[in-house]
Design a protein around this ligand. Structure first.
Ligand code: ATP
Ligand code: LTN
Length: 332
């Protein structure tokens, strides 16, 4: 029996990077679950507010993300889908884990350093403690595996350290979770600067394919993706990061291995190759977009989220009670 946990922040419009690096992998994983396994997938709204958000936009983004998850093929009969803030134990365990986290180790997190620099107003203390909340998310369900993109590896390492620290300071309580990182699609890069990851908070729209982009937009963005001038399609992320990124995208979308693609396109020019990449993305996203638009019109979404909240709360409450008892903060 195994437990998997993962979350995505409802900030900005989801990109192809989020889809190929995270959601598509969730869908594949749900189909490998066996009797007794649990897979908790949640919308990390408490993480989103570590950066200032506009409340009405956040509320819409939460709903939209829930619809995207289902539209991409997550099946509520197999996984538990819920909103992080609706299971209040997340905030509570996040706080308790802060008592065993060190400021120094949090200040070393690269995501914190990056996001802190981008802040124009004050940096919230929650941005610093973000990875501790994330550790709480994972440990609350005693996860064995955490499917995430490569950029989250450092946070997972911290989660492992905190689990071990808690176990040795109090007594054996938490599993030490393992990251589950896909090889292809683990890191999709920006279309305009292929040395940077494709990120939904990138202000340059051309850098990203958004999951809800229409066909013409996708074609235009891929056609204008930055490449190089040597005209050869080969996989070389250091010297040819643009082409390598398009190969990664095509491979992660079609599930054809990169070396087969390189072979297939060895005599092709960049524009033919780009047209095929765009077409593959359109074919992948079109049915998702249709289902998304349908879901937003019905009650189904709320039903799934209510059911998810109840199930997640049951597991979360059990762990939290155990943790509090070990820490000496329960009356009995
Ligand atoms: P932000 O720009 O706000 O940091 P993001 O686009 O990085 O957002 P997150 O909400 O931080 O998205 O990440 C959601 C999930 O998508 C994580 O598992 C993350 O690893 C994965 N992910 C995000 N961007 C990429 C990418 N470019 N390639 C592969 N996976 C990605
Ligand atoms: N920090 C993650 C989102 C996240 C998460 C989690 C992922 C919050 N809590 C727990 C896995 C497990 C990110 O993708 N930026």
């Amino acid at each position: 029996m195994k437990t998997l946990v993962s979350g995505i922040q409802p900030t900005g419009k989801l990109t192809l990077g989020n889809y190929l690096g995270a959601i598509k992998q969730f869908v594949a994983l749900q189909n490998t679950l066996e009797e007794g396994d649990e897979f908790f997938v949640f919308i990390a709204d408490l993480h989103a507010i570590t950066i200032p958000q506009i409340p009405t936009e956040l509320r819409n983004a939460v709903k939209s993300l829930a619809a995207v998850y289902l539209a991409c093929g997550l099946n509520p009969e197999k996984i538990t889908l819920f909103i992080q803030s609706e299971v209040t134990e997340h905030a509570e365990l996040g706080y308790l884990m802060q008592t065993i986290s060190y400021i120094g180790e949090l200040e070393r997190m690269t995501q914190y350093k990056d996001k802190m620099q981008k802040q124009t107003q004050g940096v919230s203390s929650a941005l610093l403690t973000y990875p501790v909340l994330m550790a709480g998310d994972i440990l609350l369900y005693n996860a064995n595996f955490v499917p995430v993109g490569e950029d989250q590896k450092q946070h997972l390492e911290l989660t492992r350290n905190l689990a071990e620290r808690f176990n040795s300071r109090y007594s054996e309580t938490f599993n030490v979770p393992n990251p589950l990182i896909t090889k292809t699609g683990a890191k999709i890069m920006s279309l305009q600067d292929p040395t940077k990851k494709m990120s939904k908070s990138d202000p340059l729209e051309k850098s990203c394919i958004y999951l809800l982009d229409d066909e013409a937009t996708i074609k235009r963005k891929i056609a204008s993706a930055v490449t190089d001038s040597d005209g050869v399609i080969s996989y070389d992320p250091v010297n040819k990061p643009g082409i390598a990124n398009l190969l990664t995208i095509l491979s992660a979308t079609t599930l054809v291995p990169i070396d087969e693609l390189v072979n297939k396109y060895k005599d092709a020019n960049y524009s033919t190759f780009k047209a095929d990449v765009a077409e593959a993305i359109v074919n992948e996203l079109k049915p998702i977009q249709a289902r998304y638009n349908e879901l937003l019109k019905t009650q189904e979404l709320d039903n799934v989220l209510n059911q998810g909240r109840e199930k997640a709360s049951y597991f979360a409450r059990k762990t939290l009670t155990k943790v509090k008892r070990k820490m000496g903060i329960l009356r009995k």
